[in-house]
Design a protein around this ligand. Structure first.
Ligand code: DHB
Ligand code: FE
Length: 280
């Protein structure tokens, strides 16, 4: 049986990728942010998972507002990094595990999630940036990916409870998969930010810091919040944090907070991460 080895929550801000590309990670504005990922990279290198399930939202790159799936799952063998308009990035393609993906897609439908199933699609910074933050820049990625897209862009977005429930199912899927892969789950997005409207530039550091502890030790609080609570507390784009709940729903009730990091502002956002391991 496959095994869940841990959960990661992390920001996926596109300017992180841009900072890496222009060699700015050691600049004074960016160094404190990137330094916080050093222990996370080490954790990942020690754990050596076979598969990374990455939960993220597309940002108008592979889906546009003309068609917005609430949930989508990738079943491809290969995912190219999408060119988001400033030219292709020097990142290797992401390799999928089509067998595992189809198994998950089947279980989603069996359990009434009914996702869009994507066999040909490119992935944007929502997946690219977490992968480079946790795995660095190898010639080839050391894990296969299972991408899960969640609509956090166009209202109505799914409820936090629904994201959590998908995580509960994801755990069952991993533990019923007949071969012995090790799996890490990465919930991405956030932390607080708002890129539009009268609150553009909004950041809520206090709520961000509470979330980083709370997602580990008091996750029910965040599962029970409404979508509107997320927008109000974390900003319209900070509502991306509902995607961390897929990761958290897959973990045990009792977890150890292995690593936590926060930096604000990174670009226009509160940014950071957690690593969780099941206590048992
Ligand atoms: C920005 C975009 C994002 O997708 C995100 O999660 C945070 C910030 C941005 O464009 O600044
Ligand atoms: Fe985003």
């Amino acid at each position: 049986m496959a095994k869940l080895i841990g959960g990661v929550g992390t920001s996926h801000v596109p300017s992180i990728g841009a900072a890496i590309d222009r060699g700015a990670t050691q600049d004074k504005d960016w160094k404190p942010f990137f330094d916080g990922y050093i222990p996370a990279k080490k954790w990942m290198a020690d754990k050596k998972p076979d598969i990374a399930v990455v939960i993220f939202n597309d940002h108008g790159n592979s889906f546009f507002l003309d068609r917005v799936p609430t949930f989508a799952v990738g079943v491809a063998e290969n995912y190219k990094p999408v060119d988001e308009g400033w030219g292709p990035r020097k990142l290797p393609d992401f390799k999928g595990d089509a067998n595992f993906s189809w198994y998950f897609a089947d279980k989603l439908v069996e359990n009434h999630f009914d996702p869009l199933i994507c066999s040909e699609i490119e992935v944007d910074h929502g997946l690219q940036v977490p992968m480079e933050l946790l795995f660095g820049h190898p010639d080839n990625w050391p894990v296969k990916v299972l991408p899960i897209w969640v609509n956090t862009v166009q209202y109505p977005i799914p409820t936090p409870q629904r994201c959590w429930d998908m995580g509960v199912l994801l755990r069952k899927v991993i533990e019923s998969y007949p071969t012995d892969e090790t799996v890490v789950i990465m919930g991405t997005g956030g932390l607080s930010h708002q890129l539009q409207g009268s609150r553009a530039g909004f950041i809520n550091q206090e709520a961000d810091l509470a979330y980083l502890d709370g997602i580990a030790n008091d996750p029910e609080k965040y599962r029970n919040m409404s979508r509107e609570d997320y927008v109000e507390t974390f900003g319209s784009e900070g509502a991306e944090l509902i995607m961390w709940l897929v990761m958290r729903g897959a973990m045990d009730k009792q977890v150890n907070l292995i690593h936590k990091h926060y930096h604000a502002p990174a670009s226009m956002t509160g940014a950071g991460m957690v690593i969780l391991e099941n206590k048992a």
